[in-house]
Design a protein around this ligand. Structure first.
Ligand SMILES: CC(C)(COP(=O)(O)OP(=O)(O)OC[C@H]1O[C@@H](n2cnc3c(N)ncnc32)[C@H](O)[C@@H]1O)[C@@H](O)C(=O)NCCC(=O)NCCS
Ligand SMILES: Nc1ncnc2c1ncn2[C@@H]1O[C@H](COP(=O)(O)OP(=O)(O)OP(=O)(O)O)[C@@H](O)[C@H]1O
Length: 200
């Protein structure tokens, strides 16, 4: 069994690679999805976020207003640190549980898909660290076009993350996603062959 840490900056194509690996048979644990679950209505996580940032970060329906909170925290490092201090321990705990379940299920490859692997020093927890890489300008364009996020917001998130060279320095394997989706599919097929080799 091989434990893979999969990371990449915003818009690198990390989720696309994770989906490809899942299709080949890997079990994927998704940190972004867990980070959403731990602040669902009725959770201690959401209560803690509201205690820190006020009712202004809730929608009229009482859900977390994610774009609003994003505007606040990615414009101010201190706010981002305070949000991370609430959410990251909850994500860490739930992820560890799910990773353990996946490992004991007997699957060959378990992938933890996490944007902040390098920033949070999580590399040593994995047998292999895979970095999905594309130039910053390409990432900004993809997220702005596909997700409709304002370019300045994408740029602010890039600034809040490790820079490209720092992330690449932590990689055991790099998936280049500067090209087309078809080229990415080919890279993912190669990656899967390499991971299976290392798992066996
Ligand atoms: C600020 C929030 C509400 C904005 O929500 P939104 O739906 O707009 O973005 P989403 O959560 O889907 O994240 C999209 C991408 O933004 C980047 N990003 C998110 N959180 C962070 C962070 N704390 N630091 C740097 N980049 C981040 C990542 O590349 C991520 O893949 C949300 O990102 C959040 O709660 N962040 C703190 C928790 C966290 O660090 N999550 C990341 C995985 S643990
Ligand atoms: N090779 C590619 N060519 C064009 N678009 C791509 C390519 N790879 C990914 N995309 C698109 O770019 C966007 C970002 O990709 P994806 O969501 O996989 O990135 P991510 O690294 O998971 O981002 P985030 O950190 O925001 O979760 C998506 O809309 C995706 O469909």
């Amino acid at each position: 069994m091989l434990k893979v840490g999969l990371t990449g900056g915003i818009g690198s194509g990390k989720s696309a690679v994770a989906a490809g690996l899942a299709a080949y048979g890997a079990t994927v644990v998704d940190a972004d999805a867990i980070a959403r679950e731990v602040v669902e209505p009725g959770t201690p996580g959401l209560e803690a976020v509201v205690a820190e940032f006020g009712e202004g970060v809730l929608t009229p329906e009482g859900r977390l207003d994610r774009p609003r909170l994003g505007e606040i925290v990615f414009a101010d490092e201190d706010s981002l640190n305070r949000l991370n201090a609430i959410v990251h321990p909850l994500v860490g705990e739930r992820s560890a549980q799910l990773m353990e379940e996946a490992v004991s299920s007997g699957v060959e490859v378990v992938v933890y898909d996490v944007p902040l692997l390098v920033e949070n020093g999580l590399g040593p927890l994995y047998d292999v660290v895979v970095v999905v890489d594309a130039p910053d300008a390409v990432r900004v364009e993809r997220v702005a076009t596909d997700r409709g996020m304002p370019r300045e917001q994408v740029e602010a998130r890039i600034s809040a993350q490790a820079d490209r060279d720092t992330r690449l320095a932590a990689a055991d394997l790099v998936v280049d996603n500067s090209g087309t989706r078809e080229e990415l599919d080919e890279r993912v097929a190669e990656l899967w062959r390499e991971l299976l080799k290392r798992a066996r």
